[in-house]
Write a protein that binds this ligand. Sequence first.
Ligand code: SAM
Length: 227
Amino acid sequence: MSDNIPRPIRSYVLRQGRITPGQQQAIETLGARFCLPFQKSLLDFNTVFDRPGLGHSPTVLEIGSGMGETTAHIATAHPEQNFIAIEVHSPGVGSLLQKAAQLTNLRIIQHDAVEVVEHMIAASSLAGIHVFFSDPWPKKRHHKRRLLQAPFIHVLALRLSLGGTLHIATDWAEYAEEVLATLSAEPLLKNTAARFTPRPATRPQTKFETRGLRLGHEVFDLVFVRV
Ligand SMILES: C[S@@+](CC[C@H](N)C(=O)[O-])C[C@H]1O[C@@H](n2cnc3c(N)ncnc32)[C@H](O)[C@@H]1O
């Protein structure tokens, strides 16, 4: 990239993560069936989820699915809903694919979620958005990399249908307070609790959460509804 073109600030750094042979094989054999390419046009969920009789199912978007345990668990538990998982790292995509072979209600987009939401997700189209353990970027000079900032939260709120929910979880107390303040200031969203909410039964414990709990971190869930 030329020096005078500003680079967008991303919420992730793409590392040459080690991909296992199993993850690689899952991408090669299942990628074409499950993965949607990034495009600068809106997705039609009915076409994407070609499920006779279930085409109009509520669609839930997950940002940063990581290794995909939670994603696969929730998609398996809710066959009546469609799930779109966004994740930039190939090992995570491969890992989710390894768990997803039997699922007909899941698609994956390997691209920056900010661009995916902006270009591919129609206004008022989502029943839910999950953002579980988004990187907290703890150093102050890195806070600008945090995914959950006011402008993006507004864009997310616009993508929810009325009554749709934005569910966020984090184990970083200071980020949790910042996100709570930002969500509370967004007029399109209303908190379902006074502040944080106990982990809803619909969210199984994630890999990062287990690590955070082991380190003695408290976990914070926020569930806001689109009004
Ligand atoms: C700390 S991990 C949490 C993963 C998983 N949700 C869990 O709880 O185990 C955050 C994930 O978000 C992904 N991520 C961060 N920013 C992203 C973005 N802008 N678009 C897509 N994925 C992103 C990272 O690659 C990483 O896998």
